[in-house]
Design a protein around this ligand. Structure first.
Ligand code: SF4
Length: 683
């Protein structure tokens, strides 16, 4: 008999409630859970694809290892023994730092697996570590640390009360996870626009821009020019006040001196009237709440734009105040229960082959991985659920480097180009097969925690990631955490591992398991935030690394000639998440302005060869005046039109290790029918 299992989606961090109809071991239907206390039935197409993802025709259900160039399925004992012996041999000969770890999004959504991955990494004494942070998000950690004195200050818009909202390079209509935390974004954005105004800054008129009051389309990566000018106007007007103490205002004033409207408009490539109108709106509402996304953080101007966004929130009195930005106090770790330490230096040692580039909060730049392998520094890689080939920069150099690894172990549920390159493939329980909690609590839009049971039994030989990792540790002679269940297949074993994560949380694991969703009222404004800022002497408005960056950027902009004729920006698609869910059919397309398309004799539906100095891909043309001339939009995560063939490991932000994924100059040419290979155009 079919029955319904209530669960939560773990494709992104938005944590929508879903209802899975299960018949035997088949998931026959997935829909939004209308009784869910948070999402109330909302899901996006990705969440409703959880069943199709589970029954994927390329699902990995048995462990495998490379033998004579072929993947051969084998039992867990054989694969784990072999992998442990090879990792141990690498460590014995080259030391633990020869084993790299990638904390990918796959295990990133598996609470017990992720924590065991950390235990493994810690037991090896913190060898090279990579994560999606240096793929799309370092600017946020940088500015939280430098300006707020703590890297974990995770600011979110008070969507219930905001009246003047400025979105910069963020598209919550498509990307709900991370900090946007929106269920049903159209109704939320429409409600804000009816209450006040929503402005969107993006070279593309995105789905979010379509719902906004006004849209400004600057050159890629130049948002900081608009915000920098706005900030100077805000300061000079004397009409606004911070809600907390500040330090460094005099230095900031000097740094922004003379940054006039004409300069900002020229750098950003926008009309001066657009800036005037934006400033008038800020005055009209007595302040502005600025929210940024990966359109900013993947661009060259990421650090400056994120800095100025925070300063506008601070100096117009919107930080930690109603209608502005609130800070998540954490559900598992209760940040409001102790005095936050001052942590205003996020920089950590980076990769030896990139000595001029910082590491950040323990992460090495993802761009350094190929060079580290080629140099013989990294000889084995433990890939915890990452699709490296489609997410790391410069696949041109990455793929040959990955082939040179002595050992490359990948935890995964669906075959892809990265598993094909791996020496060991370790199938883990997918989200429908394991119980889990929403352990990225600070990324969600409320002070809450979710628990979901397993909906179906694991397929084939899939095992819990925590069990696989702990078995490896024990076989390698590393200290595994105490009191582990012997076997993940024992009743209650996975739950016991989840209960360990909840020590010190705002509710017990038992309470959570009984209720499925536990929410706590949140103090807003949070006294813990104001207290922390007062203890560090006020928001740090003018950190020296950012002043230096601003000075260098102003000089470079002043010397700059005309922008490149055409450059590309990244894009997420509603029916795809990074490298996964390709079966939902989102096209590998390139959005081109009619002017740029006409200049290259390209029409909608044509195949377009896109090239940089690094490589080329073929995409389908989508000619549209939704994008400004001189800019093209390319989605990421497509298999055979992998945008990372266009990026370069040489283009790295020295401050944070972030690779440039936006504003990269490209050349385009129509592909004639007789030179087209179908494999080169579809994702
Ligand atoms: S918004 Fe995120 S959590 Fe919600 S259904 Fe979509 S992918 Fe799942």
């Amino acid at each position: 008999m079919p029955h319904v299992v209530r669960s939560h989606c773990r494709i992104c961090t938005n944590q929508c409630g879903i209802a899975l109809t299960v018949e035997g071991d088949q998931i026959v239907r997935v829909k939004g859970d209308f009784d869910h206390p948070l999402s109330q039935g909302y899901t996006c197409p990705k969440g409703r694809a959880v069943g199709r993802l589970h029954h994927h025709d390329q699902a990995i259900i048995r462990p495998a290892m490379l033998r004579d160039g072929q993947h051969v399925e084998a039992g867990w004992e054989t694969v784990l023994d072999d992998l442990a012996a090879r990792l141990r041999a690498v460590i014995d000969e080259h030391g633990p730092k020869a084993v790299g770890f990638y904390f990918g999004s796959g295990l990133g959504m598996d609470a017990a697996g992720y924590r065991m991955g950390e235990a493994f990494y810690n037991a090896l004494g913190h060898p090279p570590k990579f994560s999606p942070l240096t793929i799309d998000g370092t600017a946020k950690v940088l500015i939280s640390s430098l300006v707020g004195g703590f890297p974990g200050l995770s600011g979110k818009t008070d969507n219930d009360n905001v009246d003047m909202l400025l979105y910069v390079g963020v598209n919550p209509m498509v990307s709900h996870g991370h900090n946007t935390g929106m269920f049903s974004p159209p109704s939320w954005i429409r409600a804000i626009a009816e209450r006040g105004e929503v402005w969107t800054i993006d070279p593309l008129c995105t789905e979010t821009a379509g719902y906004s009051t006004r849209h400004i389309a600057p050159l890629p990566g130049k948002d900081y020019a608009i915000l920098g000018w706005l900030l100077r106007e805000v300061i000079d007007s004397g009409s606004f006040a911070s809600a907390q103490s500040v330090q460094g205002l005099a230095e900031l004033r000097i740094a922004l001196e003379g940054y006039d409207r004409a300069t900002a408009a020229k750098v950003a490539g926008v009309q001066q009237d657009e800036l005037t109108n934006l400033l008038a709106a800020v005055h009209r509402f007595g302040g502005v709440t600025v929210e940024t996304g990966t359109g900013v953080t993947m661009s060259e101007g990421a650090n400056l734009t994120q800095w100025f966004a925070w300063l506008l929130n601070i100096l117009t009195g919107r930080m930690n105040r109603k209608g502005g930005v609130w800070f998540h106090p954490g559900f598992i770790v209760q940040f409001d229960s102790f005095q936050l330490p001052r942590m205003d230096n996020p920089f950590t040692p980076g990769a030896p082959t990139m000595p001029a580039v910082n590491g950040i909060i323990g992460d090495w730049p993802c761009a350094a991985l190929p060079g580290e392998i080629e140099a013989g520094n990294i000889r084995a890689l433990v890939n915890l659920g990452g699709s490296l080939v489609r997410s790391f920069p410069d696949a041109n150099v990455l793929v040959p480097a990955l082939r040179k690894l002595d050992t490359f172990a990948t935890f995964e549920v669906v075959q892809n180009e990265t598993t094909a390159l791996s020496t060991h493939v370790l199938p883990t329980k997918d989200q429908a097969e394991r119980p889990d909690i929403s352990f990225w609590d600070t990324l969600c839009g409320s002070l809450s925690m979710l628990y979901s049971p397993a909906a179906v039994p694991p397929m084939g030989e899939r095992r819990s990631a925590w069990w696989i990792l702990s078995q490896l540790m024990m076989r390698m002679g590393l200290p595994a955490p105490d009191d582990l269940p012997e076997d993940d297949r024992l009743p209650g074993a996975d739950d016991a591992m989840l209960a360990r994560q909840m020590m010190g949380a705002r509710c017990s694991f038992e309470e959570l398991k009984t209720a499925s969703t536990v929410s706590r009222p949140m103090e807003f404004p949070g006294a813990w935030v104001d207290g922390h800022i007062e203890r560090i002497g006020g928001w740090i408005l003018a950190p020296q690394p950012l002043l230096d960056l601003w000075s260098a950027t102003r000089a470079a902009d002043a010397a700059q000639g005309t922008p490149p004729p055409l450059s590309f920006i990244p894009r997420r698609q509603r029916r795809k998440l990074n490298a996964s869910l390709s079966f939902l059919g989102s096209p590998a397309d390139i959005i081109l302005n009619p002017q740029d398309a006409a200049a290259a004799d390209i029409a909608t539906g044509d195949r377009v060869r896109v090239s940089t100095a690094n490589g080329e891909i073929v995409l389908l043309a989508n000619v549209s005046d939704t994008i400004r001339p001189g800019v093209a939009s390319i989605p990421h995560g497509h298999e055979s039109a992998n945008v990372n063939l266009l990026t370069s490991v040489q283009s790295v932000d020295a401050l944070t290790g972030m690779v440039l994924y936006s504003g990269i100059p490209i050349a385009i040419a129509r592909v004639e029918e007789d030179e087209f290979s179908p494999a080169s155009a579809t994702g």
